[in-house]
Design a protein around this ligand. Sequence first.
Ligand SMILES: C[S@@+](CC[C@H](N)C(=O)[O-])C[C@H]1O[C@@H](n2cnc3c(N)ncnc32)[C@H](O)[C@@H]1O
Length: 233
Amino acid sequence: MPDFADFDTRHYRTVDVATGYDDWSSTYEDSVLDAMDLALLDGLTSPDWSAFHRAADLGCGTGRTGAWLRGRGIGHIDGVDLSAGMLALADKRGVHDSLTRADVRRTGLPAGSYDLAVASLIDEHLPDLAPFYAEARRLVRGGGTCVLVAYHPQFSMVSGMPTHYTDASGESVAITTHVHLISDHVRAATGAGWALAEMAEATVDDTWVAAKPKWERFRGHPISAAFVWTARG
Ligand SMILES: C[S@@+](CC[C@H](N)C(=O)[O-])C[C@H]1O[C@@H](n2cnc3c(N)ncnc32)[C@H](O)[C@@H]1O
């Protein structure tokens, strides 16, 4: 498995997930582009979103993903996140039926009780994907679905950029970042009882370059990837 430290070009001070997202929470939504995740979700063809009644939103953050799921008609959504600051904003948004402060690898949510587990833009914070996919499989009924939107490993390697934010003093601060190859996802997910149903990748295009002109040098590189997994058995 590659080590992000070998690609890091920024060498920012690095903090853990809860510390970083608590600090970033008030400005997080100004910095994340829908092109990274929601546009990819929009383009998926295999999930029948209207058939899902209960979803677990793992790493729910401020509720962007939950709001997207509500927009697809999903009636019950439980959110889990490690950051109290992000959860407070999700609570204000009000799209989840419950919000739990817990690790996505040990949610404490009831087994086999969801049609769908979703995790958007959290995989780069997990050192190992296997415990995540195992917990998602525990939560979802047989035949259910897991949709994961990943930070693309090629972008991590080419850009050398960790997930980071600018704090109140103006300092750029990184949040612990890991790189997972596409094959790492396939190995971990299939090992946990998931079968790949669909995959899509988003590339740096005009939308990105308009928002971040310095990213012209990344044009055409994949920046995020969506996986749709079906629970075997
Ligand atoms: C980039 S945000 C994505 C939030 C939301 N899914 C979205 O797309 O806007 C990543 C979120 O994952 C959470 N997170 C990262 N690792 C986690 C873990 N092991 N357990 C629970 N939450 C985690 C962070 O606290 C943060 O709120």
